[in-house]
Design a protein around this ligand. Structure first.
Ligand code: 3HC
Length: 707
């Protein structure tokens, strides 16, 4: 695309309108910065133009720098010559007129302008930290001047998108107009009002709000402390803080230079590479190979959930949280009442913590309607079954749903492992049936695993993906097999962590390695939180079906002793009443030693690296089998699932991306060595061997036949 095409200047009477037109979201791609500068010069040179308005064509203002350009040889304009540096030097006023998104370099461009007008629901933010960098277009210097250092720190370290209706309270925008207003007209009207006003206000010159930090320089250490846990192992959040600190201690131009230095430290680091990868993997996962864009999406305005247990309640909350009315039913009135109470308690906890306003809780609760029976849900657009994970419990429910639900309703099962084809087979409309596997807690975890049965219709699949998006989930498609993509790829990890105990590790040691790696909690502590009885039931089912199934005697014994995890006050750890802190339990240590001795497993010491690789490589090997079978479309889909379903540290990209950092050949060789040592469960996936031979990255791998 030529420069002229991506940015143009149009005259509307005495106002010049600079239009950035780089679909789909007006990122600052090739030629855009140069185009803005050329239009700015043209507007200044034209005596008929008194003021300028900058707008984005299409659905958005400017979504930021072009992320695809980072880490490539593409040249960026040097400091001092970028639109961010030149806009406020314009002799004629420039008004940014914002709709849609003004993010990153987009908001930085707007802050370089003299004034900002925005539609009420336009979103403004500096989300660079989420891709491992900092706002490098003056955002760390101008936002503290506009909004004050404290607010700027909050926005920059969180990357939060702030609606214009809120941003106006912080001084980031000068005027908010109704969403129904034409943003170009609103910008022009504003420009006419201020066209003759001098001197032109420049954000760089206004230091009033910086005083807040000059009077109290402790705010920087305070925020460093407050983010320490979530920013573990990362550099970008700290460089963001350092850059804002520079805004408060250095003159503007020196602050800009410091921002650049801090930016350059980040942009090519592993952290930023991993986070950029995650950003694009999350967009790729929404694309279903072979599915035409014209597939009609089924209308969805409301939902029903069958089963008011923990999962069912969380799923109902997911709908209510995003504005959808949802009916919920249960096998018993008592179960329903208990489920509704759990939902109320969950919302009340959020209100108590301050993360939800009482009136918003009331609105959400009002959207969840407990109902007595199937007839009450028959007219809903989608129904999600979320009952006990047992085929003979689920099947009769689908028989009933088939009987009552209106034609065209989506019939979804929240199974995490059972055969979706078998479930669909009891209905006369298997084309409308799919899996919708939510992760616990369902209203919090962002992953939705959409399971494609052999008869699931393309429009069903597309509609479920769309539904996930509408309730704030990241949806990923998986094929039908035991455990689907997510749980099947995770299962070897779950086994391996217990096998490590047989060989001499202890739960706290394994947990520490994984927390140090970046997981929010160690896997044993997570097991206690989720409940150990669930895994036990799954193992029993698999062992009954397969005599060669590798049992986990230590894990089984714990459950048989009644240690189900936090809910019974004891699991891998023990817990004080009313406290979720895990404490090492000598009884468990003794049990591990005793069972290991009975099994005759030699005991030894483990390095952190060996523990980490034993867990992650086991899953990675399975992930390659999953890819080979076409259960997953892409290696990057597996990463998205691990990021959003299992808490894999985002700044490491995902399971496959992380392993690429080690090198696919080394990974293969290690797995092959463990195959020799430990036998069949480590048999390397032939697909992995192929990738190793070809030198193909795991994160770039695709299932056979996928373009
Ligand atoms: N650069 C390159 N491509 C981008 C992009 C960007 N900044 N923002 C979005 N895109 C692409 C997406 O990859 C996607 O491409 P695809 O259709 O080929 O998959 C397409 O635009 C549409 O994006 P979404 O599917 O995400 O559309 P949504 O409507 O769901 O979301 C959005 C829109 C909120 C703008 C979201 O895309 C987003 O968050 N974008 C990134 C914003 C960002 O991080 N900006 C900061 C960039 S870094 C920066 O500015 C540095 C500066 O300080 C110097």
């Amino acid at each position: 695309m030529s420069e002229a095409a991506v940015v143009r200047l149009e005259k509307r009477g005495d106002i010049g309108v600079i239009i950035v037109d780089y679909p789909p979201v007006n990122a600052l791609g090739p030629g855009v910065a140069e185009g803005i500068i050329a239009c700015l010069q043209e507007g200044n040179a034209d005596p008929a133009i008194k003021a300028m308005v900058m707008v984005g064509a299409g659905r958005s203002f400017i979504a930021g720098a072009d992320i695809r350009g980072f880490g490539t040889a593409r040249k960026r304009l040097p400091l001092g010559e970028r639109p961010y540096d030149l806009l406020d030097r314009s002799a004629k006023p420039v008004v940014a007129a914002i709709h849609g998104f003004a993010l990153g370099g987009g908001l930085e461009t707007a802050m370089g302008c003299h004034y900002r007008v925005a539609t009420k629901s336009a979103k403004l933010g500096l989300p660079e930290v989420l891709i491992g960098i900092l706002p490098g277009g003056g955002g760390t210097q101008r936002l503290p001047r506009l909004a004050g250092p404290k607010r700027a720190l909050e926005m920059i370290t969180s990357g939060r998108h702030v609606p214009a209706s809120e941003a106006i309270n912080y001084g980031i925008v000068d005027r908010v107009v109704d969403d129904s207003a034409d943003i170009v007209d609103a910008g022009i009207a504003f420009a006419r009002e201020i066209a003759d006003k001098r001197p032109l206000p420049r954000v760089r010159d206004n230091e009033t709000k910086l005083q807040e930090a000059r009077d109290n320089p402790g705010i920087f250490d305070d925020i460093r402390k407050s983010i320490a846990r979530r920013a573990r192992n990362q550099k970008a959040p700290y460089n963001c803080i350092a850059a804002v600190e520079a805004a408060c201690t250095l003159p503007f131009d020196q602050g800009m230079a410091r921002e650049q230095e801090l930016f350059e430290e980040l942009v090519n680091a592993d952290e930023a590479k991993a986070l950029r990868y995650a950003f694009f993997a999350e967009r790729e996962v929404a694309k279903i190979p072979g599915l035409s864009k014209d597939v009609p999406i089924r209308e969805f305005k409301n939902a029903a959930v069958v089963g008011a247990g923990t999962m069912g309640g969380g799923i109902a909350m997911s709908f209510a949280d995003f504005g959808f009315p949802v009916k919920i039913m249960d096998a018993t009135a008592e179960g329903l009442a208990k489920g509704m109470q759990r939902i109320r308690d969950n919302y009340a906890t959020s209100v108590k913590r301050g993360s939800l306003a009482q009136d918003e809780m009331d609105r959400r609760l009002a959207r969840i309607e407990p109902v007595a029976g199937y007839d009450d849900i028959a007219q809903q657009d989608v129904v999600i079954e979320a009952v006990f994970e047992q085929m003979d419990v689920k099947k009769p429910i689908f028989v009933k749903l088939d009987e009552v639900m209106k034609p065209g309703a989506l019939l979804l099962s929240n199974t995490s492992a059972l055969d979706i084809d078998e479930i669909a087979s009891v209905t006369k409309r298997p084309q409308d049936v799919a899996g919708a596997h939510f992760f616990s807690p369902a209203n919090v975890m962002k992953l939705l695993e959409v399971v494609r049965g052999s008869k699931t219709a393309p429009d069903t699949l597309a509609s479920v993906m769309q539904l996930g998006k509408k309730i704030g989930k990241i949806s990923a498609v998986a094929g039908n097999c035991d455990g689907f993509l997510a749980n099947r790829s995770r299962a070897p990890f779950n086994s391996e962590m217990v096998i490590l105990l047989e060989e001499g590790c202890l739960p706290a040691q394994v947990d520490k390695v994984m927390v140090d790696f970046g997981y929010p909690m160690g896997p044993f502590a997570v097991g206690d939180l989720a409940g150990l009885d669930v895994g036990y039931a799954g193992r029993k089912r698999r062992a009954d079906a397969n005599p060669n199934y590798r049992r986990l005697p230590i894990a089984d014994k714990l459950v048989e002793m009644g240690r189900y995890g936090q809910k019974t006050g004891a699991g891998w750890y023990k817990y004080e009443k009313g406290d979720r802190t895990p404490h090492t339990d000598p009884e468990v240590t003794a049990l591990i030693k005793q069972i290991s001795a009975e099994m005759g497993v030699p005991q030894r010491e483990f390095t952190d690296q060996e523990i980490l690789r034993r867990l992650l490589f086991s899953s990675l090997n399975e992930a390659c089998k999953i890819l080979e079978e076409g259960i997953a479309y892409r290696g990057s889909d597996i990463d998205v699932m691990w990021l959003h379903g299992f808490g894999f540290p985002r700044y490491r990209g995902g399971l496959m991306f992380w392993a690429d950092g080690i090198g696919v050949r080394d990974v293969y060789n290690q797995i092959a060595a463990w195959h020799q040592q430990y036998g069949e469960r480590w048999a390397p996936s032939p697909f992995l061997r192929q990738l190793a031979e070809n030198g193909t990255k795991l994160s770039a791998a695709k299932a056979p036949g996928i373009a």
